[in-house]
Design a protein around this ligand. Structure first.
Ligand code: ADP
Ligand code: MG
Length: 329
């Protein structure tokens, strides 16, 4: 049984300026110990996917519906506010790009870490303090014991980010959602965090949803990847498989591919044009106006998800074989 089951998740925002269909039927499973990447341009619905799962979409203006949204057998759609609050920071944790969103400016770092441990894990003061030091060391914060009495503003941005990661990991969550968590960090620290996440999943079975626009990072860290466009998953599969044999014109665009030339996928070449407005449900592939490889069928029918291989599927009419890596084609 998957740890997290997401079926036909639809999240929309109704404002004076109209309706935004931010998620238009998102479905996927997340298994224990699995690291799932979520990639796509800005506005594709990555953060809203995370927030919908965590019960953090502001309602109103948000509206979250799904055929199923289950964590560890628990129905998240009918869970009470209190149940969701208990889950967050305990069995489900999230790290955001902006650490100040989570850190309390008037409490010391030590207090903020030990608070979670005492509340969710029932540790006494000393045990919580020892664990807090351990966690800070784990995320690469030097002089951890001394730092416990510091306030967030005394830390650099990168350090604050690491503190937030330490807090998220403090209760050994079963699901960790990282939303552009290392984007602001330098590459050395980023590598350290990635290594930490890898160890965590291997040692404790924590499942991770890793949201990033850095395809190279996703390729190196994740087992599977969901490619999102305009609030939909347009391609899903094992990372190596998706990046070697992309099945969607959008994935090819994201990878900045040209036919038969292997490139460093860490470099993201912007795709021409803009994502569509999300006010009306599309009747054709939402990527069509920007697609470099569209075929006649794209102008007559919405492509449905088509199996391409072992757990690899894409919603695309085009033949993308010319874009596959030589070795895989
Ligand atoms: P991503 O994380 O992939 O960059 P998001 O998930 O943040 O994209 O956003 C998806 C869409 O939902 C965007 O069009 C965004 O403007 C819209 N959206 C997100 N949050 C809100 C909100 N609180 N109110 C209105 N629209 C929102
Ligand atoms: Mg986002």
């Amino acid at each position: 049984m998957p740890l997290l089951e997401v079926r036909n998740l639809r999240t929309r925002f109704r404002t004076d300026r109209g309706t935004t269909n931010a998620l238009d039927g998102v479905s996927f499973d997340l298994h224990e110990g699995e690291v799932l990447g979520l990639v796509g341009e800005s506005g594709s619905g990555k953060s809203v996917t995370a927030l919908s799962i965590m019960g953090l979409v502001p309602q109103p203006p948000g509206e979250v519906t799904a055929d199923a949204l289950r964590f560890d057998g628990m129905d998240l759609l009918t869970a009470s506010k209190r149940q969701m609050r208990d889950l967050r920071g305990d069995r489900m944790a999230m790290i955001f790009q902006d650490p100040m969103r989570c850190l309390n400016p008037v409490l010391t770092i030590g207090r903020q870490i030990t608070e979670a441990l005492r509340r969710h894990r029932g540790m006494d003061r000393d045990a919580a303090k020892r664990r807090a030091i351990e966690l800070l060391e784990m995320v690469g914060i030097p002089l951890a014991e001394k730092r416990l009495s510091a306030f967030p503003h005394q830390f650099s941005g990168g350090m604050r980010q690491r503190v937030m990661i330490a807090i998220a990991l403090s209760c050994q969550p079963r699901v960790l959602i990282a939303d552009e968590a290392t984007t602001a960090l330098d590459v050395t620290i980023q590598a350290q965090i990635v290594d930490l996440v890898r160890r965590l999943t291997r040692d404790t079975g924590t499942a991770v949803i890793w949201i990033s626009h850095d395809l190279g990072l996703v390729a190196g860290l994740c087992h599977r990847v969901n490619v999102m466009y305009a609030g939909r998953i347009v391609e899903t599969g094992p990372v190596d498989e998706v990046f070697a044999r992309p099945g969607h014109g959008y994935t090819v665009g994201l990878m900045g591919c040209t036919p038969r030339i292997d490139r460093d996928i860490a470099r993201l070449t912007p795709i021409e044009g803009l994502p569509p407005s999300l006010s009306e449900p599309p009747s054709l592939c939402p990527f069509l106006p920007r697609c470099a490889v569209s075929v006649d069928a794209c102008r007559t029918a919405m492509p449905s998800m088509r199996e391409m291989g072992q757990a690899h599927a894409a919603a695309c009419h085009a033949d993308l074989r010319p874009f596959w890596k030589r070795s895989a084609a």
